[in-house]
Design a protein around this ligand. Structure first.
Ligand code: EPU
Length: 339
């Protein structure tokens, strides 16, 4: 395994910011992950596992340890019967290649998560979700390297404690596990309505009345192309903030002043408020702060228009959060993780 030194993280993160990684290596097998983890532990070096870099913000001072790019491949059918297929996917596979492949097999379960940048192994970390599906709905288990016990483990779905854009990997077990593969259960029955509102609207507009995984995938790709900038062309990390979760009394208070506030019921009695709507109400949509532009088609997305430092991004983020807090008394949270 080759170890490279002083590698600019901005070339490996889609926001295109940040200093250098002191060391960088690529892992192509689970054994590579184990060897790199053990070695960096021995040398007292911090380690950070990078997937596609599409949900990571790098700091200006860079990372003084080892960044490992997870490139572990794999697509293996473990079980296949009349109703479902169980497939094991290498953590380094490109997520959308996998979605495309399962859709071509006419399987349902992840088709609405089409065109999301990043790798398969990163999907469980933040419980990736879009257009009515999240990885928690189809993930059976995952294999990971546990760098505390220095061994490979299998974590079942319930071990991951998934909730909205959250899991143990962003919480109590942050930094402990490196995902090496994910196992998904996908279904042969066609996708069933009702679909996410944006998809329903798309079907109505286009007169679509038959639903297959491919039809859902095509709809999602068209909707996303319209609302989300392509990170290959325009530096961004998708949604920069999480949607806000508030209590019912807070929603009742807000409704007095903002009767049109959109809200969605959550399973735990809370309500999800679209942060894009909150930001739009502050008047910041389409504006540029410190070189960061609030996307004019979706205020949840921050585009790096001309920022050259994490500091500029942080200044823009803090101004946006303050504007939302001042107007709504809601504290919004950043979605991408930081290195
Ligand atoms: N809205 C506005 N103004 C805006 C943006 C949104 O008013 O500028 C309101 C509208 O009421 C709209 C609602 O927000 O109906 C929801 O918007 P949308 O369906 O576009 O979804 P979102 O809440 O902006 C979330 C995910 C996206 C995912 C979409 C579709 C989060 C943080 N983001 O966005 O995920 O694609 O739903 O399911 O939950 C990502 O995580 O990077 C991501 C793109």
């Amino acid at each position: 395994m080759e170890i490279h030194t002083n590698i600019p993280l901005k070339n490996y993160t889609t926001m295109r910011l940040g200093g250098n990684a002191r060391f960088m290596a690529e892992a192509h097998t689970p054994e590579d992950i184990a060897a790199l983890s053990r070695n960096s532990k021995k040398q007292g070096l911090p380690i950070f596992i990078l997937g596609g870099g599409s949900n990571i913000i790098a700091h200006d001072e860079g990372f003084s340890g080892l960044v490992v790019r997870n490139r572990i491949p794999g697509f293996e059918i473990l079980e296949d019967d009349a109703s479902h297929t169980i497939v094991r996917i290498g953590a380094g596979e490109n997520w959308d290649d996998i979605v495309k492949r399962t859709v071509e097999m006419n399987l349902t379960g992840i088709e609405a998560m089409s065109a999301i940048p990043g790798t398969a192994g990163a999907a469980p970390i933040q419980n990736v979700g879009a257009y009515g599906q999240e990885i928690a709905d189809t993930l059976v288990s995952l294999e990971a390297y546990d760098n505390i016990t220095d061994s490979f483990v299998v974590l079942q779905n319930q071990d991951c404690a998934f909730s909205y854009r959250h899991s143990i990997f962003r919480g109590e077990a942050s930094g402990r596990y490196t995902v090496t593969s994910i196992t998904l259960q996908l279904y042969k029955a066609p996708p069933q309505p009702p679909f996410y509102k944006a998809i329903e609207d798309y079907f109505t507009t286009n007169g679509i009345t038959m639903f297959t995984p491919q039809i859902i995938r095509d709809a999602v790709i068209n909707i996303r192309t319209e609302k989300l900038p392509d990170p290959k062309i325009t530096p961004n990390t998708g949604s920069f903030f999480k949607n806000a979760l508030i209590e019912d009394w807070q929603l009742n208070e807000l409704k007095k002043k903002y009767p049109d506030i959109p809200s969605y019921d959550m399973p735990d009695g809370k309500f999800k408020i679209p942060t894009g709507w909150l930001i739009e109400q502050t008047g910041l949509k389409g504006k540029t702060l410190h070189g960061m532009r609030i996307h004019d088609k979706n205020a949840l997305v921050l585009i790096n228009a001309s920022a050259t430092s994490y500091q500029e991004l942080a200044a823009a983020r803090d101004e946006i959060s303050s504007a939302v807090r001042d107007q709504f008394r809601i504290t919004i949270e950043q979605e991408p993780l930081e290195i």
